[in-house]
Design a protein around this ligand. Structure first.
Ligand code: SAH
Length: 217
């Protein structure tokens, strides 16, 4: 019981921090954070740290991203009900669950994970929450995912040397892509909008685990 109270308390503290600092403004994104239990996407031994503002290990040398980073990326996607979204780097499935909440029953989240054990871990987490609009695929997402293209929004949650060309091809005209682009030490969060070509701007510097596969490191 005491642990549960601590978890709720630290979740509220994060929400207060984002609201008062103006880091996250979109009310729907803040509501989605309230709705999705991050504690269900991490290893049991870290559960009491579910709402610390830092990444946590999920095994296989990978991490669930820091809550503030998840919020900044989610808000930047400008999600609408009914959007079809591709995520590259499922990890725990938490980011996919946040997107699921915002695109609703008419929307769809297709998320690719290159490590089979993590695809399985995420599958279990998503099933526990009975999210019907999320499809997890064990695949090298750096190649995109042609079968379900085009996508209204695309999010890459691993550091990439450049946005993979096939991924840009699969983005709908006027679609939005968010991706950390740079070297292995730090990356700029790139927001791209497709207007014929991709028009990009930076949302600042972040640190991610590397994207692997054909167009990764
Ligand atoms: N979005 C995740 C965190 C991402 S960590 C969450 O909410 O928990 C980055 C993930 O990208 C890792 O799980 C890593 O295995 C995966 N990854 C790396 N390269 C990939 C690739 N080419 N295709 C799909 N997944 C990849």
């Amino acid at each position: 019981m005491i642990n549960l109270i601590k978890i709720i308390d630290s979740k509220k503290r994060l929400l207060d921090y984002w609201k008062s600092s103006g880091i996250v403004k979109d009310k729907k994104v803040l509501e989605a954070f309230k709705a999705v239990p991050r504690e269900k996407f991490i290893l049991k031994k870290y559960r009491h740290e579910a709402y610390g503002d830092y990444p946590l290990s999920i095994g296989e040398n990978q991490t669930i991203s820091q809550p503030t980073t998840v919020m900044i990326m989610t808000e930047a996607l400008e999600l609408k009900e009914g959007d079809k979204v591709l995520e590259i780097g499922t990890g725990s499935g938490y980011q996919a669950a946040m997107i699921s909440e915002l695109v609703g029953d008419k929307g769809k989240v297709i998320t690719t994970e290159i490590i089979p054990e993590l695809a399985e871990f995420a599958q279990k987490n998503i099933e526990k929450l009975k999210l019907k609009n999320v499809k997890i695929i064990n695949y090298d997402g750096s190649r995109g995912y042609e079968k379900q293209k085009p996508y209204d929004k695309i999010i890459i949650t691993a550091a990439c040397p450049e946005i993979p060309p096939p991924v840009i091809d699969e983005l709908e005209e006027n679609g939005i892509i968010i991706a950390p682009v740079g070297n292995l030490i730090s990356q700029q969060m790139v927001k791209g909008i497709k207007k014929g070509k991709l028009k990009t701007r930076s949302l600042g510097y972040f640190v991610f685990v590397p994207l692997k596969g054909k167009y990764g490191y």
